[in-house]
Design a binder for this molecule. Structure first.
Ligand SMILES: Nc1ncnc2c1ncn2[C@@H]1O[C@H](COP(=O)(O)OP(=O)(O)O)[C@@H](O)[C@H]1O
Ligand SMILES: [Mg+2]
Length: 294
């Protein structure tokens, strides 16, 4: 936690698998790259390595299509291996050392995006302590909400923070103790929002609103349920690559354009430094999309 460079560290976390961490991480990385920022990527989901696989797919697709680095921006990616030492204590201190060394190697990047596993691991906890921003995608379900807070089933009242909110709280404590300036900005974003099921959507909105003040997070605009997210993984592509050179799909429907707008609103609500350049780039793209749609 004492390793503090000018790199803005964004940890994508939620101790729940399948909430959209890797999808959000990859879209955030490409949005920052396309805004001309230098971006590092660390995948500490050392078991599934989905973000690393996503980037491999991107590199392979780029080679197959003969794309240049300008056509297909890539982040700086460094691998991280888990320690396999027999002693738990030694494993944890090895992991911490490796993480610190790897973080230092990203000091030339303006942003570092860290994708984490859907489980409470030592490495993930440590990574959370280095975050300037934590982004938590959350499926629109009370099963997922349960990792943030316990709710009284009879009254619907929030009884207190639960597992993942405690992880963030510990990371904030650790960061404050280590003397790093500024707190951790925690942003929760709902994912896979359905056009139907308005009742559940409204109930979740209310509960998240109640909880936000208590455990100190902000809410960003969420993402709709869209098939396109699943289709793009094997090409290593994102919504922001649609319509660009080498894109496997055309920017063909209003749904794609709406999805890109959701993504831009999400990025704007992160309030990342220095925002000006990023916002300018995002609004230029939005104008181009509107022209495309007309
Ligand atoms: N907004 C969405 N609409 C449709 N599918 C989605 C959306 N977000 C994520 N997915 C899909 O859900 C699955 C889990 O997402 P992923 O990003 O891998 O979650 P995590 O990293 O939290 O385990 C993937 O198949 C992904 O393509
Ligand atoms: Mg993942």
């Amino acid at each position: 936690m004492t390793t503090k460079s000018n790199t803005h560290v964004i940890v994508i976390g939620n101790e729940k698998g399948g909430s959209g961490k890797t999808t959000v991480a990859m879209h955030l990385v490409v949005a920052l790259l396309r805004a001309g920022r230098s971006v590092g990527v660390l995948d500490i989901d050392v078991r599934q390595k989905s973000l690393a696989r996503y980037l491999e797919n991107r590199a392979q697709w780029g080679v197959a299509q003969g794309l240049t680095a300008d056509d297909l921006p890539m982040p700086k990616f460094l691998p991280l291996q888990n320690s396999e030492h027999d002693s738990v204590q030694r494993r944890q201190s090895d992991d911490d050392d490796r993480l610190r060394r790897t973080l230092a190697a990203f000091s030339d990047c303006e942003f570092l995006v860290i994708d984490t596993p859907g489980a409470d691991t030592h490495l993930s906890r440590t990574a959370h302590c280095f975050a300037d921003t934590i982004v938590t995608p959350l499926n629109d379900s009370f099963v997922d909400f349960d990792l943030l807070a316990r709710v009284d089933p009879a009254t619907g009242e929030i009884k207190g923070p639960s597992l993942y909110a405690e992880t963030v709280w510990r990371a904030r404590q650790m960061r404050a103790r280590s003397g790093v300036m500024g707190g951790i900005d925690w942003v929760v974003t709902r994912n896979r929002l359905q056009a139907t099921n308005a009742k559940n959507k409204a109930a979740m909105a209310k509960k998240l609103g109640d909880l936000a003040g208590r455990v100190q997070f902000r809410q960003a605009r969420g993402f709709g349920e869209r098939v396109i997210y699943r289709e793009l993984f094997s090409y290593g592509m994102t919504l922001l690559d649609l319509g660009c050179k080498g894109s496997p799909r055309k920017l063909s429907s209003m749904s794609h354009i709406a999805a890109r707008q959701e993504l831009r609103s999400f990025i704007a609500s992160l309030k990342l430094p220095p925002l000006e350049g990023i916002e300018e780039e995002l609004s230029k793209e939005a104008v181009a999309d509107k022209r495309h749609a007309a």
